[in-house]
Write a protein that binds this ligand. Structure first.
Ligand code: ADP
Length: 232
């Protein structure tokens, strides 16, 4: 896919021909220097932004062919999102926040999955609490559970630990890791943190809107070494 913002003299080529697949049931991190196109890539993958050229598929669906209404439906039903800001509704309890996307879609929760997800992210004792009564790490776990509960084909996470201290960040990343291992969830995460990226199965690196390299079984050190080379 390619993505150009603006036209004429103001045109910025944010993605210059990126060809990539993300394996189902795997955790992939997207890294690269600031301005390398990470957010643009994720927004195009998730159908939050249109591409200039090329095609994007989620499962068997070519999302670049869908109209706005179809795209909204697909995002609501097949895609989960986790953002840096937790985006919880302050007046709802943790449980209500987790179930909100299903409520909006008019779907009944699968109670077995709800229990599994709540236990996977360790939220059982906090279900009746409102966001203001939860720590940042706990709030982000609610957001993780909310993303998992609809059994999305893929979860896109944008700097999910960006607002957390390192201990809460590590907890949230462990839960993402567990959801891949135990629930078979597919996760694509943008991060600039080598430690966060090391929780993934695979890290892909962008520079100047192009994929330049990738690592399997990353460690914080191997990710850092790769980043240092890219920025050199
Ligand atoms: P990253 O997430 O790696 O920091 P981005 O995807 O945000 O990179 O940006 C890639 C390039 O596209 C940058 O040069 C940025 O300035 C440009 N860009 C991003 N969004 C827009 C936009 N809405 N309009 C114009 N240029 C943009």
């Amino acid at each position: 896919m390619t993505k150009v913002y603006g036209t004429g003299d103001a045109a910025v080529r944010a993605l210059g021909g990126v060809d990539i697949a993300f394996a189902a049931g795997r955790f992939t991190a997207i890294m690269g220097p600031s301005g390398s196109g990470k957010s643009t890539l994720m927004h195009c993958l998730a159908g939050l932004d249109s591409v200039t050229g090329g095609e994007v598929y989620i499962g068997d669906t070519e999302i670049t062919k869908l109209n706005d209404r179809q795209l909204t439906g697909l995002r609501r039903e097949r895609v989960g999102f986790i953002f840096q800001a937790f985006n919880l509704l302050p007046t709802l309890t943790a449980e209500q926040n987790i179930l909100l996307p299903l409520d909006i879609a008019g779907l009944q929760p699968d109670r077995e999955l709800f229990d599994l997800v709540v236990d996977t992210v360790g939220l059982r004792p906090r279900l009746k609490h409102r966001p203001s009564e939860l720590s940042g790490g706990q709030q982000q776990r609610v957001a993780v559970a909310r993303a998992l509960i609809g059994k999305p084909l893929v979860i896109f996470a944008d700097e999910p630990t960006g607002n957390l201290d390192s201990r809460s960040g590590a907890e949230v990343l462990s839960f993402l890791r567990r959801s891949v291992r135990e629930l078979g969830q597919t996760i694509v995460m943008v991060t600039h943190d080598p430690v966060a990226a090391s929780y993934a199965d695979r890290v892909v690196f962008l520079r100047d809107g192009l994929l330049v390299t990738e690592l399997y079984r990353p460690t914080p050190q191997s990710v850092l070494d790769t980043l240092v080379k890219l920025e050199a």
